[in-house]
Design a binder for this molecule. Sequence first.
Ligand SMILES: NC(=O)c1ccc[n+]([C@@H]2O[C@H](COP(=O)([O-])OP(=O)(O)OC[C@H]3O[C@@H](n4cnc5c(N)ncnc54)[C@H](OP(=O)(O)O)[C@@H]3O)[C@@H](O)[C@H]2O)c1
Length: 504
Amino acid sequence: MSEITRPLTPQACTLVIFGGSGDLARRKLVPAVYNLLLDGVLPDNYAVLATGRKPLSDADFRETAREGIAKYSRQAIKDSVWSHFEQRLFYVSGAIDDPKAYTDIRARLERIEAALKLPANRIFYLAIPPTSIAAAVEGLQKAGLVQPPTDPTQFSRVIVEKPIGNDLASAREINTTVARVFDESQIFRIDHYLGKETVQNLLVLRFANSIFEPIWNHKYIDHVQITVSEAEGVGTRATYYEEAGALRDMVQNHILQLLCLVAMEPPYSLDPDVVRNARMEVLRCLRPIAGKDVEKYTVRAQYSVGKVHGVDVPGYRREAGIKPDSTTETYVALKLFVENWRWSGVPFYLRTGKALTKRASEVAVHFKEIPQILFNADPEVPLASNVLTLKIQPDEGLSFRIISKVPGSKAKTHPVEMNFRYGEAFGAPSPEAYERLLLDVTAGDASLFMRRDAVEASWAWITKILDGWKAYGTKWLPEYAAGTMGPVEADRLIQSDGRNWHPL
Ligand SMILES: NC(=O)c1ccc[n+]([C@@H]2O[C@H](COP(=O)([O-])OP(=O)(O)OC[C@H]3O[C@@H](n4cnc5c(N)ncnc54)[C@H](OP(=O)(O)O)[C@@H]3O)[C@@H](O)[C@H]2O)c1
């Protein structure tokens, strides 16, 4: 097995989790640190200091952490490892808008660092509502907890969770607030999709194999489909989702980042900024969908009553916490173009939604049809084209559709799938995205994080669509029954080009 050289090495540090008593910390962050420890990749020395308003003791926090790990961790609890790990978990309570919280955090950090002989390398993870980000970074600065990036003896880094804003203006505001305190090199804007194994594999697939790059362009590719489908309805996230909707929740970040990885030019090195420049270039090339064009290139819809996996789902506007006249979209489909030489004329179809048939994320690259001669001579029975499908979740892997001869004396053909599954090929479940991403922050490697210009470029593109919807919107959105794959309008979007959505 050949190893991709990591340009930077993880360093001893303390992870300070704001929102340490919250859902993300319990389900993802603390289990991620535990798994990194089990895998032997965590820096030799480390600590986790969680903070939130809940008055918890270290012992309470350790108990919650253990429960979270037991329930959500990729690997089971090993008592021998746990007894070491729990001694590295700490909690201090405090409110983000209370200056005393920061003096308490600082005092606690200094005690932990002295006791564990840790350098004052601190990673501040802001797993808090976006409205609290400004108060948190200013509080950290006032308490003297942020070192300049030029300090060679210690580092301060900040991880900012999504959503970064609700439109271009609010994203700029958050970015400007964080930039008043931290240098861009210290800021890690997380998009956990980028930490997923299959998403990282996109780069390896494209640039570590000789067969793909020569055909990865408009001459051979007919179109690309990116689908992120969720079986869940709005669940407990009503307040957030009502303000967000599918375009902001999924397309602005995860799906556009996937698109960037599919469409980017080969970077000349794996240096974080070189890779991020290549991704950024794709965002710059997106043809805007503005004004009346939203009617031609976008479809938005809401789920109505139906069944998902046999369970009754009320219509979106009947869900708890949702306005009965809500016009928030729970589904969106888009057709877009990347206007550069490589992708000239190639449509990208994106779709995402809630309460759909099943949970699945994939990128399907559809290659052009072969000429209508030989095996494709009968226009009544056209041959299916080749499709390379990158499966991101839940079954990570890829499949390739090729046309094969059916055994027998007749010249019959049939499409077959060649499949590669991560779990089967490598014999172990892939690490969780948060594991990889947290490790990268300890190393100062920002390749898989969103740079400010990329966040703002994607918001600029999305905000044009939002403005178009506002100007040309109707009072009621089209509907699709929960448990189906979306509205007929989305089928028409792709079928009017003579294509169909790729079955999941
Ligand atoms: N959960 C996920 O899977 C997920 C995924 C992606 C992004 N995110 C983002 O991550 C952030 C946190 O999400 P979450 O699901 O963990 O939310 P959550 O369960 O509601 O937890 C929020 C956390 O923030 C703390 N907090 C809120 N206001 C505070 C204040 N004024 N002072 C001190 N602490 C405060 C809460 O502490 P107390 O409860 O102790 O007051 C709690 O620990 C959100 O921005 C969310 O959009 C979450």
